[in-house]
Design a protein around this ligand. Structure first.
Ligand SMILES: CC(C)(COP(=O)(O)OP(=O)(O)OC[C@H]1O[C@@H](n2cnc3c(N)ncnc32)[C@H](O)[C@@H]1OP(=O)(O)O)[C@@H](O)C(=O)NCCC(=O)NCCS
Length: 371
């Protein structure tokens, strides 16, 4: 038995939700480019869960269900208020989502229908939880969700306490479409491993949030913004990046396990970043990002991934960097729950083997005789 570090190249599940073939990403057979241009996030979530794009009535029903489920129990809000103010937002989100299970009477109902309802419920509640966490951190009261608006609009409304402009809503909605699913990424795998023990959907999503938090996965978008802030000016890009490369430090937002010739999602976010900058009449963040991109590509042959241009997009939407990875979770919970439903449908516990590389033939020595 020989281990493959990082399970590179190992096919660990059969799935009909999303695929990456020759650098092309599809959700249920639809090219991500097509969906990013044309679909709303709610349509994409429906597609991931139910395998087809919704018709008009189905979409309206989903929007209604999401609205009905968007509030969160007072007990969870009180609990969130007791979290330390300086805690990591993903850590707080992990705790709050775990707490939501305690107030869901269906948490342990393993029927397909109940699990579908919980997928919608989790999708509806995550934006409310994250906006509340952000406001509580700023010493403000959480804002209750609006009925009858999209997830993107509702999230920005609950965050800012006022109706957001259309451009911001459209940009966030498109970013959510682009982040919704990504085959067997680390957090989705974590979710599938957890629920393959026949544990509940909240446990699966809590595991996934823990995995997404890491800077090698979803945490990279926040790390990109920290880097852009550290660099501070276009003149400083070259010395900063060259120094990092010479020290063999990782440049956050670059490289990918599967895409070696570029991440198909990055171009959409790059365009969005440019357009938002041009609209605001300040393209400094975008210009710095492009310069970093050119340098890392020419020096190291690494291409930007989904997280790189997300950082400047979210910042230009007025969103604090602590919320970047949680926003990734608002989108990816659609993919996580779709994969959880798929795992339950044809389950077998996920239990691989390890290559043992430790000592052998040890003999027990009583404690008083040990050095
Ligand atoms: C995404 C990532 C975790 C993929 O990891 P991986 O598949 O194990 O990639 P590898 O470590 O095999 O990369 C191959 C080489 O490129 C280097 N490399 C990969 N990403 C790099 C980066 N962002 N900056 C600098 N060097 C990088 C590796 O150090 C390695 O070099 P080596 O062969 O000299 O040791 C990795 O590219 C990374 O850490 N990127 C930065 C974090 C990030 O943006 N994550 C979000 C992913 S969507």
């Amino acid at each position: 038995m020989t281990a493959t570090k990082g399970l590179e190249g190992i096919v660990a599940a059969a799935s009909s939700i999303s695929s990456i073939v020759d650098g092309v990403l599809t959700y249920r057979g639809y090219n991500i480019d097509d969906l990013a241009q044309n679909a709303s996030f709610e349509e994409v979530a429906y597609l991931l869960w139910f395998g087809k794009l919704p018709n008009d009535a189905e979409l309206k029903q989903l929007q209604q269900d999401l609205s009905n489920e968007a509030t969160i129990p007072d007990e969870v809000i009180q609990q969130m208020k007791s979290y330390p103010k300086d805690t990591n937002t993903m850590a707080a989100l992990r705790s709050a989502v775990s707490a939501l299970a305690l107030y869901d009477g269906e948490a342990d109902d393993m029927s397909r229908e109940a699990n579908e309802r919980k997928a919608v419920r989790l999708q509806a509640k995550l934006p409310t939880v994250i906006a509340a966490l952000a406001r509580i951190r700023e010493g403000k009261e959480p804002v209750a969700p609006l009925a009858g608006v999209s997830i993107a609009e509702n999230f920005l409304y609950m965050l800012r306490g006022e109706k957001p402009d259309e451009v911001s809503v459209k940009a966030l909605d498109q970013a959510l479409v682009l982040h919704a699913d990504h085959e067997l990424n680390a957090s989705t795998f974590a979710a599938r491993v957890t629920v393959a023990t026949l544990s509940d959907i909240y446990s699966g999503v809590t595991s996934a949030i823990g995995a997404l938090k890491g800077p090698l996965h979803g945490g990279a978008n926040e790390a990109v913004m920290k880097m852009l802030n550290e660099i501070g000016s276009i003149e400083n890009v070259e010395p900063y990046i060259m120094n990092k490369l010479e020290n063999r430090d990782k440049i956050m937002g670059f490289g990918h396990r599967v895409y070696k010739n570029g991440d198909p999602r990055a171009k959409h976010l790059q365009k969005m970043s440019r357009e938002l900058g041009e609209m605001k009449g300040d393209t400094q963040l975008y210009d710095m990002s492009v310069k970093i991109d050119d340098l890392v590509t020419s020096q190291k042959g690494l291409r930007p991934n989904v997280d790189f241009y997300s950082a400047s997009v979210y910042t230009q939407l007025g969103i604090n960097h602590e919320l970047f990875t949680p926003i990734f979770a608002i989108s990816r919970v659609s993919g996580w729950t779709a994969h959880i439903l798929e795992q339950y449908e044809n389950n077998r516990i996920i239990r691989p083997r390890a290559e043992y590389v430790g000592q052998t033939d040890q003999k027990y020595v009583p404690v008083e005789q040990r050095a």
